[in-house]
Design a protein around this ligand. Structure first.
Ligand SMILES: [Zn+2]
Length: 406
């Protein structure tokens, strides 16, 4: 049995006035996804528990079959895993943005999309002046960097009650009320404060100011956590898996459940991604894995930009270049099951991730056929296949247990 999972990130949405009351999934031309719906079943699932943030980190953990309530520890540990940084028992990973804060206003959570080379120089200065045996800065890509707190046998000052705010939620707003709070926040606030002195006169910032670019005024620390201890997918489900994605969170999740990550040249995590290359890589991978998972960030990006036409274009490209060829290859090779599901909704209206149900479609050589005619939100809402705890869907997908709808 071969399994394919396609994740069009954030594709679930609301009816659009500009689309005559249809959702993007309803309005887009999606012959392959609709064929899966007609040949199998459509249902709905909720991947984000109400008290956790509606992000791709929580939602994709659930979609892969892991209860985020029990397992989610924060965004930074997943990004550390993506970079191959191993966290010991007492270690905490902390997301370390380079940001531009002026007069207590978050001017830019990316410090003007600062280059990775500039980030490396600034973080080297931070390491020299703020770092010690316990604190280590890691350069990532551009403004997206990490700080590692190494406990080395002693418990860290942080806990699950330490509260931080993602800087992208503060754009053009005052940061005054959104500094870290709770256990260990003194240390985080001290590092953020002292980083402005380290960066203030740094040559990188002087050059940026001279070039009319935004300086990186300081670090912004958030999303901290210990490494989640996820059971290996193979021991939980008895199947091997591989992931195709251009996004670090998904790379990290895949590594933490013991999957290989396939890097596809031309996969960008943006609207210009090479869809066909991802489709070909997925088909190639069927020979060497039980489960192939393809994640596509583009629909989510289109929603963040509030661009409904781009969202439809992304969905149609996913359908034509990934779902259709992969579905055909699966049918040609023997027993199979295929699942299409986003992680969370990203409504065009709000331009950001939201809590709530997403539609999924499943077909396969042994999957019962219900009356679904298309893959979209209204069809899912009418379905008997209803998963308020979305992480339970994976178990039934792997076991093919859909004869008694819930
Ligand atoms: Zn997402």
């Amino acid at each position: 049995m071969k399994y394919a999972i396609i994740i069009p990130d954030g594709c679930a949405d609301e009816p659009q006035e500009t689309l005559g009351g249809k959702t993007p999934l309803e309005a887009a031309r999606l012959p392959a996804m609709d064929e899966i719906a007609r040949s199998g079943l459509v249902g709905r699932s909720n991947n984000v528990p109400a008290h956790l943030p509606a992000g791709s980190d929580v939602a994709n953990m659930s979609l892969l079959g892991y209860d985020p309530d029990a397992n989610f520890t924060g965004r930074a540990p997943l990004e550390a895993a993506a970079q191959g940084i191993e966290l010991a028992e007492d270690d905490w990973a902390i997301r370390c943005n380079l940001v531009t804060v002026e007069d207590q206003i978050m001017r830019d959570f990316t410090a003007g999309h600062i280059s990775t080379d500039e980030a490396r120089q600034l973080l080297a200065a931070a390491q020299e002046q703020l770092g010690n045996d316990r604190l280590q800065f890691f350069t990532g890509v551009s403004y997206r960097n990490l700080l590692l707190y190494q406990g080395a046998g002693a418990p860290a000052p942080f806990s699950r009650d330490t509260r931080t705010t993602p800087p992208h939620d503060l754009t053009d707003k005052s940061v005054a009320d959104d500094y870290p709070r709770g256990p260990g926040s003194d240390l985080l606030n001290e590092l953020m404060e002292r980083s402005s002195a380290v960066f203030g006169g740094h040559a990188v910032n002087e050059a940026r100011r001279a070039g009319g670019k935004l300086p990186a005024t300081n670090i912004w620390l958030w999303g901290l956590g210990k490494a989640p201890r996820l059971d290996a997918f193979t021991s939980r489900y008895g199947k091997t898996g591989k992931m195709i994605t251009a996004v670090d969170l998904l790379r990290g999740l895949a590594r933490l459940v013991g999957w290989d990550v396939i890097e596809v040249p031309g996969a960008t995590g943006y609207l210009d991604t090479d869809y066909a290359a991802k489709g070909r890589a997925a088909i190639d991978a069927l020979a060497t894995t039980d489960v192939i998972c393809v994640h596509i960030e583009a629909p989510d990006e289109a929603s963040h930009e509030g661009n409904v036409a781009e969202k439809i274009r992304a969905l149609e490209a996913i359908d034509e270049h990934i779902v259709a060829p992969l579905y055909a290859a699966l049918r040609a090779q023997g027993p199979y099951r295929i699942l299409v599901s986003p992680d969370h909704p990203t409504p065009i209206r709000t331009k950001t991730h939201s809590h709530g149900f997403v539609p999924f479609a499943i077909a396969g050589s042994d999957i019962p056929v219900d009356s679904s005619q298309s893959y979209d939100e209204p069809t899912a809402t009418r379905s008997k296949h209803n998963y308020p705890e979305g992480w339970r869907l994976m178990d039934e997908f792997i076991r093919g247990n859909f004869s008694e709808p819930r």
